[in-house]
Design a protein around this ligand. Sequence first.
Ligand SMILES: C[S@@+](CC[C@H](N)C(=O)[O-])C[C@H]1O[C@@H](n2cnc3c(N)ncnc32)[C@H](O)[C@@H]1O
Length: 226
Amino acid sequence: MSIGKSIFLTIRVKFFFFTHFLKSIKYYLNLRFLLFDLLFSLAYFFLNPYRISRKFLEKKFNKKIYDYGETPIIEMEKMIKFFKIPSNTTFLELGAGRGKMSFWLYFFFKCKVIAIEQIPIFVKIANFFIKLFRIKKIEFLCKDMFTFDLKDVDIIYLYGTTLPTDEIKTLINKFKKLSARVKIITISYTLNQYDKDFISEKSFDISFPWGKTKAYLNIKGEKKCF
Ligand SMILES: C[S@@+](CC[C@H](N)C(=O)[O-])C[C@H]1O[C@@H](n2cnc3c(N)ncnc32)[C@H](O)[C@@H]1O
């Protein structure tokens, strides 16, 4: 990549984080969340999650893999509103990373969250904060999402834009065993692209530091033709 392009990308990403930070200031009026986020950010000031993920994947696959990313909480709020997700929901986050989104869902949305993550240090730190803030409604588990026994939850969130086709299909086979009322949010692809047993009920544009894409709300069922 040329130096010019790399400088342009760096400025774009920094601008994205800055504008998202300004938009998310409203969340810090919630003092409990403010305290949580100060301590959480302090912990991760010394532990870069992108580096942790790269090291974990390097050990697992013996090559450098840059696979980490987070859903901006402002974009998550848009998903909740646009997909009209009620607050008495059980939310399953597959591949929860360090869990910022799971905590946000708990603090602002009051729903029950089950977070599955493969990187042990993310899970340990998340569980430390669960204990510290005496949170009863988040279950943060160190599990492999491909072998984890999926329970009937209400909403599943999958930000797995780099998952290969065979892994998406493995997850789809697990989703198929769940009740038809379970809704699955995916980023940048619909489940219907891989399996016609699913339909995309709704979609809208969403922004990530790396660019714009779509968020989809998938359900089991066939599109009715009239
Ligand atoms: C792109 S990050 C998304 C983080 C978070 N969901 C968010 O939206 O902010 C994907 C996460 O999935 C995790 N992951 C990937 N494969 C996994 C697996 N088989 N089991 C559990 N977690 C996995 C990665 O370690 C990474 O933390």
